[in-house]
Design a binder for this molecule. Sequence first.
Ligand SMILES: [Zn+2]
Length: 252
Amino acid sequence: MSDPTIHTPSGKVRPTIAPVMREGVPVMRIDLHCHSEASHDCKTPLKLMPGACLTSNIRVLAVTDHDQVWGGLELQKIVREEGLEDDFWVIPGEEVTTREGELNALFLKERIPPNLTPEETVKEIKAQGGLVMLQHGFDPLKRHRLRPEATLRIAESIDIVETFNSRLSRRRWNAAAVVWANERNLPQAAGSDAHTIQDIGEAWVETPLRPVKTPEDLIAALRAGTVGGAWTHPVEAYLKKQWRQLKQKYRW
Ligand SMILES: [Zn+2]
């Protein structure tokens, strides 16, 4: 029998991670929108994220902090130190504030400054070899969504459409994103938009298990996958987050 434990570079020993099977095929889940302690409105410690993801079979996680990229870059480092790089793939990203709403950037190397025009933001993302993801693009109650007129102007540059976001005001806005993505034959993704550790993995694309290290790997994995997730009413999500943060603060 093979050794059931793995010795990581940091000297820790952890069990091997058994693949989750679906109809005889090993599968994994991808969450392309989540926040960490690098966001001003989130306290999730980066070092707890690999464990939280792997318990939900999230093997690919894009960290998309508000106008920051260091969270994702730091998580990549943690994953390497823990010897998890063959089981868990981190995509450093940023939820960039443009002058006309937010856009998600994936596979970044450097931070993109906020308050550029959507066109300038797209240019910066592409210059780094990154992907442009339209997230929560169709919910009129999402204050920070990319404005519809801007969405149309940059439509040709959008690489991925988030068609399941757990935090929309109504389920129907996810359906509108599906129609938009299908019309353009764009790959579809899911985002938990998690602002607490418990919410990571609430939305996913389930796809055959494979490494995702490049934009091309990601697009292929999304195209072979199925979008799913749990939708939570935003008021409920807000109350839960406040409650958990209080508990954390006073260590109940
Ligand atoms: Zn977000």
